[in-house]
Design a protein around this ligand. Structure first.
Ligand code: DC
Length: 233
């Protein structure tokens, strides 16, 4: 299906399956996929490695704000939609997915100067369109004029069960209760922070993929796009 050079914003709660959905959508239309959360994770890694996050989780905000302009953060994407993030030229790999990073990223991403820094990297990608970007504030703040906005609001139960199964499959020693508590805490922090909290954009389409496969979510959005942009297949 050939579609216009639009921006597609995919927002929603942690572990709603945003990146799998957004990545498949980008692959389907030959668009560029951008995982905005990964940039917040990179800044968090930078903060940890440079001693701006102390062992008691307190933060040297002033130190981080002075150092951040010197951080060279770039990302590249391979043909199969896998991204590689580089911090001052060094690939970060899976380091940004560790529990240590997950535990501090909400605090880091709530800082205004961090959000400005990340948005400064994200926004130029909107110029040509043909992107799918996922995150928490893409349809509300980063690209309020995005032509298509999807909000993924899958129940906490479904998201916890999925995340729990993924972690068990990776050999991690967690209980369903721990996973549920962690997700519920992140939901709260993401939706109650002062700057750019996670809220559903009024002009977004709601996707609850609790009982849907990735293929059926894709079919749903393709139908939506056909209707919205008057595309005949
Ligand atoms: O999607 P994720 O779990 O990798 O995101 C990591 C963190 O970054 C999460 O706590 C929310 C934050 N985030 C944000 O504040 N705004 C975005 N656009 C994307 C992520």
């Amino acid at each position: 299906m050939k579609i216009p050079d639009i921006i597609i914003a995919v927002d929603g709660y942690s572990s709603a399956g945003k990146s799998t959905f957004a990545r498949s959508l980008a692959a389907e239309f030959g668009f560029f996929y951008i995982d905005s959360g990964a940039l917040y994770r990179c800044v968090t890694l930078f903060a940890l490695e440079n001693g701006f996050i102390h062992s008691d989780m307190s933060l040297d905000e002033g130190g981080l704000s002075r150092a951040l302009p010197g951080l060279d953060l770039v990302f590249t994407q391979t043909d199969n939609m896998r991204e590689s993030f580089l911090i001052n030229g060094r690939p970060v790999g899976d380091l940004i997915r560790s529990l240590e990073i997950s535990n501090s990223v909400s605090q880091i991403s709530s800082l205004a100067f961090v959000r400005d820094y990340v948005n400064g990297i994200l926004q130029p990608y909107g110029k040509k369109g043909r992107i799918v970007m996922d995150g928490r504030d893409i349809g509300t703040h980063v690209f309020p004029n995005a032509q298509l906005k999807i909000f993924m609001a899958t129940s906490l139960e479904v998201r916890s069960q999925r995340r729990y199964e993924e972690q068990i499959a990776k050999g991690e020693n967690v209980t369903l209760e721990e996973v549920t508590q962690n997700l519920s805490k992140r939901d709260y922090l993401d939706s109650h922070r002062e700057i750019s909290p996670l809220v559903r954009a009024e002009d977004s389409y709601l996707l609850d993929n609790g009982n849907m496969t990735v293929a059926s979510s894709l079919a749903w959005v393709k139908g939506l796009i056909q209707g919205k942009f008057g595309i005949l297949e």
